[in-house]
Design a protein around this ligand. Sequence first.
Ligand code: FAD
Length: 287
Amino acid sequence: MKIIDRLLEDKIHISFEVFPPKTDAGYEKVRSATEQIAGLHPSYISVTYGAGGGTSKNTAKIASYIRDELGVESLAHLTCASSTKAEVQTVIENLKALGIENILALRGDIPEGMVFPSEDRYHYAYELVEAIRRSGDFCIGAACYPEGHVESVNKTVDIGHLKEKVEAGCDFVTTQMFFDNNILYNYLYRIREKGITVPVVAGIMPVTNISQIKRICSMSGTYLPARFKAIVDRFGDNPAAMKQAGIAYATEQIIDLIANHVNGIHVYSMNKPDVAAQIKNNLSEIL
Ligand code: FAD
């Protein structure tokens, strides 16, 4: 089933995310985590794509396993910055052959030391969206950034580029994580005003350990509200307490989003079935 058909239903949609193993040796562990997450009956499960394209085979393998064996719809991520156009096309054809209907089209981060842009690669995600559109009857998602993408000069310019991406054939967008819902509400107002009408799925990251926070801040400069910082200050060196508080914080964000009629929520569950299960359980009377 195409994810867009589901997102257009007037219902609440909770989806989860897994990332593929870097090597085949790690496959079994990821498979087991994925199976448990599928048991929570999410609207779909997305499978990330390793930054250098090295996990390509496992992304496709897990996405088709989720769909064919676990009976849950899957969304295969695909990045284009680290591969040639021909390599990207091979991945698209493989996804098609496996019966994958949903692809999240991403540029990916530009590998260090790479001469970019270069002729044989797509430069921006909108070009990948166009390539996927030309290649078959896929439902295509893309990324968006309520706080602006790190490389962008400002939010207005970034929203302009998002519009191009949507016009290239994108069916829905999923946001980068954020920890203050007002940032999303403001962003929704601004993109709707610019005529971007596709469904926006809110990406929520349950922060369950201190190293995650350090990584998030160094990578994306995400704004951390005082209320969130207080939790990290107080519980950061107590792993069990941090996990409980991080799940509670994410749950509160989700409840507020749903109360404000944001019906698509994507939880960055990071191969952690226990975290996904606790969030689902916290919403048992709401969903
Ligand atoms: P683009 O949409 O191409 O945008 C990149 C930058 O270029 C932005 O600053 C944009 O404003 C600018 N831009 C766009 N079009 C133009 C134009 N025509 N002219 C000039 N500037 C332009 N990374 C992975 O490696 N694997 C994953 O699985 C993965 N999954 C993700 C899932 C989500 C929901 C999100 C939010 C991010 C994910 N990422 C993933 C990270 C993503 O690859 C990076 O954030 C990357 O730097 C940008 O990708 P993009 O698809 O948003 O790029």
